[in-house]
Design a protein around this ligand. Structure first.
Ligand code: DLL
Length: 475
């Protein structure tokens, strides 16, 4: 267990001035944040004679969330000043960040300048987060049309990382990160790990894929940001995964829920009693999963299973996460501002109503997306949570507004399949059959046989099949 002092040091460190420095920063110094006694001009309310626009006293009452005492003390909220901030403080942070973000977008992303100009909108028209509805939406197709780096808002020398996810055709959706962006993302993942009960003394076994997919490196950096020990196992070779879980004594497992179930079955098939493993919890996401599935995973691995949500365009895993209450995922809304909209009309919907989730990145530098249409359907709730976090919660997703399939955490658009078939000069008539075998998703593509493709030699037909499979896998 970490001691209290190192916990406090960690919290202080997180509140220090931004590491990159400069006036353009989207991070706050302690003085700027009301929590630290600063009284920023933006907080003064004209109508109340210059007094604070939120109850300053409430903010001072916030306690650092720890359990136990002395050396046994354990942090239960990674950044309590922000995760449990009064709504007024969040509103202030969001407003300040949005204003800067909009300027950044207008000045550095040609697509946004064009959209603003077409709408007759000026950055100065956005004065607070309440003006967000005035902004244009951003779509996945915008990223595709500006492939690969057309929407990056910083010079190349400020980029430190690239990730990518499936596009709707052969072109991927490319995401760039500055050092600060990586920190923002890692904080989100660290918050998720702590909410699930992880501490800096834990081994975090990461079985999400490492690479352009954000799952592996997202949880990896989150674990390191927490001060825990990341074990970068990546996916596959399930018996070896189980050996590592057992031999290293992993405390937390991070992977897709379907893979967690498969690992659980492998543990059982290897004759290992899950109670003999040290594993306490798991952080599972990248695909939708049900409460039934949660119960099955918790039983087969003898752990607590937590949901984590994210998407590459916004950051990666850790955009939102479950706490002990397990009744929805807290959104890191000091960085990713959520709205629920009617997908047909684009109108904002109130708490409790299902609609399309839209995010505005208010704390990102390299790819600052405004009102990004996730296509995920869910609802929001601002009801108080027993964990003490004030961050809004999103429900589990209820599907998508487009035809994207998620196969073992990998996003697949039918249009990608079509694109591959056409590029191989095949008939564009095909059928995708999605199934689940042994708790793992399977996808079969049945392609219409044309005269040119047909051959009486089995070998030739196998070659055709192999070529299609290889082309699909490399998309
Ligand atoms: O799946 C990031 C991620 C990695 C999230 C690891 C959680 C854990 P993408 O590949 O860009 O990013 O896919 C994003 O996956 O729009 C959702 O449709 C779906 N998705 C992600 N997490 C969840 C979840 C990563 N917990 C797309 N529940 C999103 C349901 C999820 N769907």
């Amino acid at each position: 267990m970490p001691d209290c002092r190192s916990g406090i040091r960690a919290l202080r460190r997180l509140s220090l001035p931004d590491r990159a420095g400069g006036n353009n920063t989207l991070h706050f110094t302690p003085k700027e944040l009301p929590a630290f006694g600063g009284r920023p001009a933006a907080m003064r309310n004209k109508n109340s004679g210059g007094s604070m626009a939120f109850p300053d006293s409430d903010f001072r009452k916030i306690k650092r969330k720890r359990t136990g005492s002395g050396n046994q003390c354990r942090i239960t909220i990674f950044e309590p000043d922000l995760e449990t901030a009064p709504r007024e403080v969040l509103h202030w942070i969001q407003s300040r960040r949005l204003v800067k973000m909009v300027e950044n977008c207008y000045n550095n992303v040609p697509l946004y300048k064009k959209r603003f100009d077409e709408m007759g909108l000026l950055p100065g028209d956005i004065k607070s987060i309440d003006d967000i509805h005035k902004l244009p939406f951003t779509y996945k197709t915008d990223l595709r049309d500006n492939y690969p780096f057309g929407m990056i808002a910083v010079p190349k020398e400020q980029l430190v990382r690239i990730h990518a996810s499936s596009g709707t055709t052969g072109k991927q959706t490319v995401v760039g990160y500055t050092k600060n962006d990586i920190d923002v993302w890692a904080k989100g993942a660290a918050r998720a790990l702590v909410a699930a009960g992880a501490t800096k003394s834990d081994y975090i076994h990461v079985s999400y894929g490492y690479g352009l997919f954000t799952g592996g490196l997202g949880l990896h950096y989150g674990a390191e940001m927490l001060g825990a020990t990341a074990i970068p196992v990546s996916s596959g070779n399930t018996k070896r995964q189980v050996d590592i879980l057992r031999d290293y004594g992993s405390d937390f497992l991070c992977c897709t829920p379907s893979y967690a179930m498969y690992i659980g079955e492998t543990v059982r098939d290897m004759g290992i009693d899950p109670k003999t493993l040290k594993l306490r919890g798991g952080i599972f996401g990248a695909e939708a999963w049900s409460e039934n599935m949660r119960r099955e995973i918790e039983k087969i691995l003898d752990i607590k299973a937590y949901d984590i949500y994210g998407l590459s365009e916004i950051a990666g895993p850790g955009v939102s996460f479950e706490c002990k209450e397990q009744t929805g995922m807290h959104i890191n809304e000091d960085f990713f501002y959520p709205e629920i909209i009617d997908p047909e009309t684009g109108e904002q919907l109130p708490d409790g109503e299902y609609g399309e989730l839209v995010f505005t990145c208010i704390g990102k530098e390299a790819l600052p997306l405004l009102r990004y249409r996730t296509r995920d359907i869910c609802k929001l709730s601002h009801k108080p949570c027993s964990c003490g976090r004030t961050l809004v919660k999103m429900s589990k997703t209820r599907g998508r507004t487009d035809d994207m399939l998620i196969i073992r955490g990998i996003n697949v658009f039918p249009s990608q399949v079509e694109h591959v078939l056409l590029s191989l000069n095949m008939e564009p008539n095909y059928q995708i059959i999605v199934d689940r075998k042994n708790n793992l998703d399977t996808m079969e593509v049945q392609v219409e046989m044309s005269d040119q493709m047909f051959s009486d030699k089995v070998r030739n037909l196998e070659d055709v099949e192999h070529n299609i499979a290889a082309a699909l896998q490399s998309t």
